[in-house]
Design a protein around this ligand. Structure first.
Ligand SMILES: Cc1cc2nc3c(=O)[nH]c(=O)nc-3n(C[C@H](O)[C@H](O)[C@H](O)COP(=O)(O)OP(=O)(O)OC[C@H]3O[C@@H](n4cnc5c(N)ncnc54)[C@H](O)[C@@H]3O)c2cc1C
Length: 399
């Protein structure tokens, strides 16, 4: 193997490239990314970048600078096609990059409400440029409406409230964050926000985003109109697989991979937000949009690529994410989707400091912590070991 191409110059792609070099790969590495920036960290975009607490210069992801990695770098270039037979990635403006092995790390793209492309003041938040545009808009003290009470939407709301802006969060489902942390615990996040003056319209789908030239209001399906000078859409993200359509690679909810991050085509791997891989810990396919997963899976995919088929280790992981809202650190480990019971094992929602664990059958499958990092990490380790619900309760009782 003499040449490796990595498409997606962000967290998963960069960590993969660093790992390839650390593991001694001396061949050509082509890193292709459609953003003009060198790889940067996204979590601060909805937090300290919006509030102005961190300068953009601090976002660089590369530990020692990209030049130390000796890359064939293609920034500001978009991959538009993949030829499995020729083993080439086709770039916009006509050129091609050949490879012996390929890592797909194109992440996810923010979903948008259609039909508002011509209206100023309507934003998404996925990239540095998105964040700088929202921050600039905050400067004119707008009335802010956030569409979607997911984690990114709630972080934008918290940042706007921290700056003293009037904020309304609109969420179509009555119980926000149900899919991520379960319906009961979603209420704890809403309570935290209400403490800080965020308004909510829950269980109310949006009918229209209205305005002349610029956004003026958001109209809900029940007819309510909410004044808005700035709308941020936090309605989720979709895996960036458009450029792979028709390539022959198996696509599902992302690029479909086995447990070693290998795709349906030999020598082609995927990692990060774009990858739907078979996670041995839960014995099922999953696609995870979290920072820690992108980091660890990027590294694992690079090692799998170097090891080759039959020798690569599976990537086993308990999904983990954190979210900073106001002064609270919210952390979640595991999978809440199939939980049949949720129990608080320490603290309380009223104190805004607690740990809750989630059960499926006889197993503990997830844990949520509000300002409880030590316990959360202990539970994550238990979930990784496939521990029982009773073991998790005992850990809580002993704390
Ligand atoms: C605002 C925000 C806040 C977040 N906060 C948290 C947090 O607090 N905690 C947490 O756990 N996670 C958080 N995350 C999630 C975390 O940042 C992501 O999971 C992580 O960035 C995924 O890394 P990735 O490399 O897989 O994909 P991405 O970071 O999405 O990078 C993919 C890159 O590929 C590029 N690309 C896409 N298509 C092409 C193409 N065809 N050709 C070339 N390049 C292409 C994209 O433009 C992008 O630069 C946050 C994400 C966002 C957006």
């Amino acid at each position: 193997m003499r040449s490796i191409a990595v498409v997606g110059a962000s967290l998963a792609g960069l960590r993969a490239v660093e790992t390839l070099r650390e593991e001694g790969f001396t061949g050509r590495i082509s890193l292709i990314g459609d953003e003009p920036h060198e790889p940067y960290d996204r979590p601060p975009l909805s937090k300290q970048i919006l509030t102005g607490q961190v300068p953009t210069a601090n976002l660089a992801l590369s530990k020692d600078g990209l030049s130390s990695l000796d890359l064939d770098l293609h920034l500001g270039r978009r991959a538009v096609g993949l030829d499995l037979r020729q083993r080439t990635v086709e770039l916009d403006r006509g050129s091609e990059v050949g490879f012996d092995a390929l890592l797909i790390a194109t992440g996810a793209r923010a979903r948008r409400v259609r039909g508002v492309e011509d209206l100023d003041g309507v934003h998404v938040l996925r990239t540095l440029d998105d964040a700088l545009a929202v921050r600039a808009a905050f400067g004119s003290k707008p009335k802010v409406v956030v569409l979607g009470a997911g984690f990114i939407g709630l972080e934008v709301a918290a940042s706007a409230r921290a700056l003293g802006l009037e904020v309304t969060v609109i969420e179509a489902t009555p119980q926000p964050l149900s899919h991520a942390i379960g319906p009961t615990m979603g209420g704890a996040c809403v309570a935290l926000h209400r403490d800080h003056g965020t308004r909510f319209e829950l269980g109310k789908p949006v009918d229209a985003i209205e305005g002349h030239g610029s956004v003026e209001r958001v109209r809900l399906a029940d007819g309510t109109a909410i004044d808005a000078d700035l709308v941020v859409m936090g309605i989720g993200a979709s895996p960036a697989t458009d450029w792979l359509e028709g390539s022959g690679l198996t696509l599902g909810n992302g690029v479909v991979c086995d447990a070693t991050c290998a795709t349906s085509a030999p020598g082609i791997y995927a990692a990060g937000d774009v990858a739907e891989w078979h996670n041995p810990v839960f014995d099922r396919p999953m696609r995870v949009e979290h920072w820690t997963n992108a980091t660890q899976q990027g590294m694992a995919a690079a090692r799998a690529m170097l090891a080759g088929p039959g020798r690569a280790a599976p990537f086993s992981s308990v999904p983990y994410f954190w979210s900073d809202q106001f002064s609270a650190r919210i952390q979640f480990a595991g999978v809440a989707r199939d939980a049949t019971e949720v129990r608080i094992t320490g603290g309380s929602v009223e104190e805004r400091r607690f740990v809750a664990i989630y059960r499926h059958g006889a197993r503990v499958v997830a844990a949520l912590g509000f300002d409880s990092p030590r316990m959360l990490m202990k539970y994550r380790a238990l979930i990784m070991r496939g521990a029982s619900w009773d073991d998790a309760l005992a850990l809580g009782a002993a704390a």
